[in-house]
Design a protein around this ligand. Structure first.
Ligand code: ZN
Length: 149
């Protein structure tokens, strides 16, 4: 059992462990238009996020790789599923909403499905950074994005 999530609700724990064992979109996007690396010194999580957009409109591909705890890896896996196919402004909204939610702030976003399982992490302040790392890294990748002609 990975440290830290033993106290989470059993159902949430299952979802997180499933994403950890079978990460979605694990790897690196070929010829990415956006890329960033993130590191969480508190836990030692390291992550790379790459994405590609089509016509500057839709995030068509988004992948991650790295090494980290189950919460960080599961969060990244869920995030890629959440953002692929969305417009870049919509992706930014999801990032902002999810970060607010985990920090216990007002969130205009309806968080459903697998992502909901991460909300329980709020009860464990040390783990919040683990869950947020992929999102912060994607945010940085969006900022560093190459402008498409
Ligand atoms: Zn971690």
């Amino acid at each position: 059992m990975d440290r830290g999530i033993g106290n989470l609700d059993a159902l949430y724990r299952e979802v997180i462990l499933d994403h950890h064992r079978h990460p979605r979109n694990f790897g690196a996007v070929t010829n990415p238009t956006g890329f960033s690396e993130g590191y969480n010194p508190l836990c030692g999580d390291r992550i790379e996020i790459s994405f590609r957009e089509s016509d500057g409109k839709l995030m068509t591909e988004c992948s991650f790789r790295g090494e980290g705890c189950s919460i960080c890896m599961a969060s990244a896996s869920m995030m890629t599923e959440e953002v692929i196919g969305k417009s870049l402004p919509a992706v930014q909204e999801i990032i902002d909403g999810f970060r607010a939610l985990l920090k216990g702030e007002e969130c205009p976003l309806a968080v459903e499905g697998d992502l909901e399982s991460l909300v329980g992490v709020r009860a464990f302040p040390v783990r919040i950074k683990c869950a947020l790392l992929p999102w912060t890294t994607l945010h940085n990748a969006l900022l560093a994005k190459k402008e498409t002609p």
